[in-house]
Design a binder for this molecule. Structure first.
Ligand code: ZN
Length: 412
């Protein structure tokens, strides 16, 4: 079912035919797909979704691409983990973790890329591209390889080694740019005007970003078709947060939820790149761009494209915005690992550190259901833990040596 009729400007509401465009020609506002919710409501049901594939494509009715030429590595339907030990540690009643490390390339970016590349193929692109802080690069390269599309991936040259390796292995052309993400992104916008390439987060952005909604859809389905009271979302561009909000609203719009969800949406950023948190905390809509300086490189977007909208949603839904220092990010990674057995990347450390601060500040009621989004996996940013964790003891291969070392440890 081709559900998208046109693209519409979020600001001035002018509409455009479906195609590889992302900004309004009149006001430069972002374009979004327009769905016929009445028609979708007539066709969709909880039963139909539950009978669908064990991927995010079970929500195809609410995605902006058709069934043909799907680019699919199996993204979505990741576990929603009840986190009892972490909840007890933080004093939260009911805490769940949406574990998007379980995606094919181990981050939530597989959700947006599977949708973006499906749109790219439908529009006849043979080369796809992106500006990336790492996870998106991995995902674009892998999905492109799956269907034989050419991939050009642009990254800041100082990216974590693991993220470069896990992109290059798929055969993508990896362009390391001597600059920060915002400079890489600007370069990609210029290239997009001179080459007929499908840039997933430039000219395909209206399609790409819609994939993020599936994280909200799955969470509600996994909670037995109930919206959570709180969601804690890490933010770089702010796009994921706006799409969680849109996704929750759409579930009501198509009749899958009886009431409009009253979920409070909270935002987490690293202190070294926290322009959206700063805006929320200062009570302003104006996002002041910053020069990122943080170990959470996947969140290091100093000039966030959707920051204005994300800040507005946090305020409207009664959410909070927090930030975490580099040390707190490391503590967050270790806390999650030692309480729940999940090793997340630095962005996940930001989420857990900010979740802890929100809990301590009384953001969550005792009976509330809280969901934190864990968007990427720890092996990709392992160097952030260098010198922080290692062998507990080092011994000669002899029983006595072990007994002695253990006795010393017990004393310590
Ligand atoms: Zn407009």
């Amino acid at each position: 079912m081709a559900t998208v009729q046109e693209l519409r400007c979020r600001e001035c509401k002018r509409t455009y035919p479906v195609g590889p465009i992302h900004v309004c020609e009149f006001c430069f506002g972002p374009l979004e797909p327009v769905y016929d919710y009445a028609a979708i409501a007539a066709a969709i049901s909880r039963e139909r979704i539950e009978a669908g594939p064990r991927t995010l494509w079970r929500y195809a009715d609410l995605l902006p691409v058709g069934d043909a030429q799907r680019v699919d590595l199996g993204a979505g339907c990741t576990p929603l983990v009840k986190a009892g030990r972490l909840a007890a540690e933080l004093g939260i009643g009911a805490l769940y973790l949406k574990n998007d490390m379980a995606n094919p390339t181990h981050s939530f970016k597989d959700r947006v890329v599977t949708v973006a590349l499906t749109a790219a193929r439908a529009m006849g692109f043979t080369t796809v591209s992106c500006a990336s802080t790492g996870n998106l690069a991995n995902s674009v390269a892998a999905h492109a390889a799956r269907v034989g599309l050419n991939a050009f991936v642009f990254i800041p040259a100082d990216l974590e080694a693991a993220k470069v390796l896990t992109t290059a292995v798929f055969g993508a052309t990896v362009v390391a740019v001597k600059g920060n993400y915002d400079q890489v992104n600007r370069l990609c916008s210029e290239i997009a005007q001179t080459r007929r390439w499908g840039f997933v987060n430039v000219n395909l952005r209206p399609f790409y970003s819609e994939g993020s909604k599936t994280m909200a859809f799955e969470t509600v389905e996994q909670l037995g078709w109930t919206a959570p009271d709180h969601v804690v979302v890490p933010a770089a561009s702010g796009s994921l947060l706006t799409k969680i909000h849109r996704g929750l609203g759409e579930l009501h719009a198509v009749g899958l939820l009886d009431e409009q969800p009253a979920t409070s949406i909270h935002l987490a950023q690293p202190l070294g790149c926290s322009p959206i948190t700063a805006a929320v905390q200062n009570g302003t809509d104006t996002i002041r761009p910053v020069k990122p300086n943080t170990i959470a490189k996947s969140l290091a977007i100093g000039n966030p494209a959707d920051g204005y909208y994300a800040a507005k949603i946090v305020r409207q839904t009664g959410g909070r915005a927090e930030s975490a220092t580099d040390d707190e990010i490391i503590d967050g990674i270790r806390l999650l690992a030692t309480t729940e057995g999940l090793f997340t990347e630095t962005a996940g450390g930001v989420t857990i550190a900010c979740l802890a601060k929100m809990a301590a500040a009384g953001a969550f009621g005792p009976g509330d259901t809280v969901v934190a989004l864990i968007t990427g996996m720890g092996l990709k940013t392992a160097e952030a833990l260098t010198g922080q964790v290692g062998p507990t003891m080092q011994i000669q291969p002899e029983l006595e040596a072990f007994d002695e070392a253990l006795a010393l440890m017990d004393e310590g």
